[in-house]
Design a protein around this ligand. Structure first.
Ligand code: FNR
Length: 369
């Protein structure tokens, strides 16, 4: 369908299923086991209600903010996701251009289907912020070499993904036999064992033995701010906010269950935000807290911000925007979200993001947590 007929993020998913190869769709759509966490990621937002206020001048609303010190047009970033060229030949470079045009930040996957040099060259300006996501390899020298490139290319932060010391069991991905050439330019070289699913194959070489101590190694090999991705409990958020961790240059955490692709029945980010508020509220003062997983609407974004998140990430939706439409599709996905965020702010009676707080939501349905 024509791009302007895509009115919300789910429309893009429906179109993507039609235009993608069965293998690409299975890889993007899949999640672990029974897909419970994937479903829950969004239904958790649906359980939170809004508390709109009246008699506020909301002619002008301002969605601008900063993420890890980079100015952005609105509080959404594109998550790292491997293999964007399965969606469209422009791949991660297309996403980079779309992000630049819409004023948002892209996090580039360790397993991108283009080289980081190609992706960074597609930015709209040299100032466009971008994060580099890292899966630490068994052979540390490979990761050290990638970090060197990342520093030299002008990335603005390193995102260390921690929620998949082992890949989840993504059955849809394993069922559809591989028919695509995946050996293209991934930093982790050619892909072995593709028959067990692309997700598992992309994982070969990643170390399962990282501990907090390894942050010292990471600090030695990058000058950039470090963001930890995949935290799922208040205990780990507290650990990340310890002085010795902050001193190593950790500036943010991404609460994430990998879009349901890691532990099935792991909690949705909304629950994690709520337990951090309850048991470790100091985390929000020490670190920027981001969330991803299941974002489909501007209201989801606003609710996450009310609970203390600084920004939210979208994974599959960016890939679905790219599918069939390329750069323009990703731009439209981002525009839809920005407009929905603006509308939600107006309807809440809020004109800047700083105003958003607990008073704008009713979380009673989740209070048992
Ligand atoms: C991912 N994700 C991911 N995360 C990461 O740190 N490195 C990666 O290479 C990938 N690759 C990847 C591929 C695909 C196809 C998907 C769907 C996801 C996880 C991603 O960054 C993010 O956490 C989730 O996608 C967010 O959930 P939604 O928005 O897809 O529901």
């Amino acid at each position: 369908p024509p791009l302007e007929e895509q009115l919300n993020l789910d429309d893009f998913a429906i179109t993507a299923e039609k235009v993608l190869s069965p293998k690409a769709w299975a890889y993007y759509f899949s999640a672990s086991d029974d897909l419970l966490t994937k479903q829950h990621n969004n239904t958790a937002y649906q359980q939170i209600l809004l508390r709109p206020r009246i008699f506020k001048d909301v002619r002008d609303v301002d969605t601008r903010t900063t993420i890890c010190s980079s100015p952005v047009a609105f509080p959404v970033f594109v998550c790292p996701a491997a293999m964007a060229r399965l969606a469209h030949p422009s791949g991660e470079a297309g996403i980079a251009e779309a992000c630049g045009r819409e004023g948002v930040l892209q996090c580039v996957s360790n397993n991108a289907s283009l080289k980081p040099e190609q992706i960074m060259a597609s930015r709209v300006s040299d100032k466009q912020p971008a994060w580099a996501q890292l899966y630490v390899q068994e052979d540390r020298r490979k990761s050290e070499a990638l970090l060197k490139r990342v520093d030299a290319l002008g990335f603005t932060a390193v995102v260390l993904t921690l929620d998949v010391p082992a890949p989840g069991k993504r059955e849809a991905d394993e069922r559809v036999k591989n028919s695509v050439n995946t050996a293209s330019a991934t930093p982790s070289e050619g892909i072995q064992g593709k028959d067990k699913g692309l997700g598992r194959a992309l994982f070969a070489g990643t170390t399962p033995s990282l501990t907090w101590e390894d942050l010292k190694w990471l600090r030695k090999h990058t000058k950039l701010p470090i963001i930890l991705k995949g935290l799922q409990t208040h205990e780990d958020a507290s650990m990340a906010a310890r002085r010795e961790v902050l001193e190593l240059g950790v500036t943010g955490i991404i609460l994430s269950n990998h879009g349901g692709r890691a532990a099935d029945t792991a909690p949705p980010p909304v629950y994690i935000l709520m337990e951090i508020r309850k048991h470790a509220p100091e985390v929000f003062d020490k670190l920027e807290v981001y969330v991803d997983g299941g974002i489909r609407r501007g209201t989801d974004v606003v609710k996450a911000l009310c609970l203390g998140a600084k920004a939210v990430g979208i994974g599959r939706s960016a890939l679905f925007g790219l599918s069939g439409y390329g750069v323009d599709g990703v731009r439209r996905v981002l525009t839809i979200l920005r407009e929905e965020i603006e509308t939600t702010m107006r309807l809440l009676g809020v004109y800047s993001l700083e105003e958003l707080g607990l008073e704008h939501i009713n979380t009673r349905a989740l209070d048992q947590l």
